[in-house]
Design a protein around this ligand. Structure first.
Ligand code: SAM
Length: 267
């Protein structure tokens, strides 16, 4: 079982104290926190407006210096932190007899659009996702012929996979690249195997499976994505030139191994 997932970089957590980033490079007023504290000590009864008038700045500056630069927008918002998800996934897997065997890292494009806050903080822009590879107890085959020598050297042995993100997410908001699915399928399965993706989305895994002469089972909860995946799968199947022998894939109803597998899943 291979799971592709990223840590949650802005996980809201009500239980932790507020951590304020004081962005001094954005400061327009020369008034410092120390100056406000000194004025407060000298005139303990002054409110924010009076302190602002005394120091010759806006009351917002007083607020910012005392409470951090996010006080207007961020006062009532929960603090965010990074949430590591690998440990949770590892625990779930262990509880059903799957053991963490390997981990790879997908280095994708930097997600600038999702990381607007980085200009105002010291946080990095997100540009990796993890691939957790789990094994069930028993034997497994190491079949060197699954990849060419070149593929082994380029990515088969490598922990970091440099694959550009899907630039056009116009029909589905979170597609992963075809090459990501393709590498996983080639490395961990043989021709004729069944590849199951329970979060099929636009059908990337199914298309890659077909192109690598594997069967697929896809599960997707959104009707519109089921339709999209069906379309993409149909186009991939139409390109029969992709197969160098009689296609191994058949529809679910035609293939007894798949029928049996689906029945097992349903049970
Ligand atoms: C990150 S997307 C996967 C995208 C896919 N890898 C691709 O390249 O198009 C996750 C998909 O899982 C679907 N999904 C979420 N929860 C689900 C569930 N409980 N059962 C089936 N599908 C689910 C979502 O609708 C979404 O299309």
């Amino acid at each position: 079982m291979v799971i592709n997932i990223a840590d949650i970089i802005a996980f809201k957590d009500e239980t932790i104290p507020k951590i304020q980033g004081l962005n001094i490079s954005n400061r327009k007023s020369p008034v410092t926190k120390e100056m406000v504290l000194e004025a407060k000590a000298e005139f303990p009864s002054y409110n924010r407006d009076q302190l602002a008038a005394y120091l010759g700045c806006s009351e917002q500056t007083i607020d910012r210096r005392l409470n951090g630069n996010n006080i207007r927008g961020g006062k009532h918002q929960a603090q965010t932190r990074i949430k590591l998800v690998g440990g949770q996934i590892e625990a779930y897997a262990y509880s059903c007899g799957l053991y963490l065997y390997d981990k790879r890292i997908w280095k994708k494009d930097p997600a600038w659009a999702n990381s607007r806050w980085t200009t105002n903080t010291l946080k990095a822009v997100s540009e990796t996702e993890d691939l957790y590879i789990f094994w069930k107890v028993g034997e497994y085959e190491v079949n060197r012929s699954r990849l060419t020598e070149h593929e082994w050297k380029e990515w088969g042995y490598r922990q970091v996979w440099d694959i550009p993100s899907v630039r056009k997410n116009d029909d589905h908001e979170a597609k992963f690249p075809h090459e990501l699915a393709q590498r996983i399928i080639k490395l961990y399965s043989d021709r004729g195997d069944i590849v199951l993706d329970p979060f099929l989305g636009s059908g990337t895994t199914a298309v890659a499976a077909l192109q690598e002469s594997r069967h697929y089972i896809g599960i997707e909860k959104e009707e519109k994505y089921v339709a999209l995946a069906r379309n993409n799968i149909k186009s991939a199947m139409a390109q029969t030139s992709l197969f160098d022998e009689t296609p191994l894939f058949k529809t679910i109803h035609q293939h007894s191994a798949i029928r049996q597998f689906v029945a097992t899943l349903q049970n």
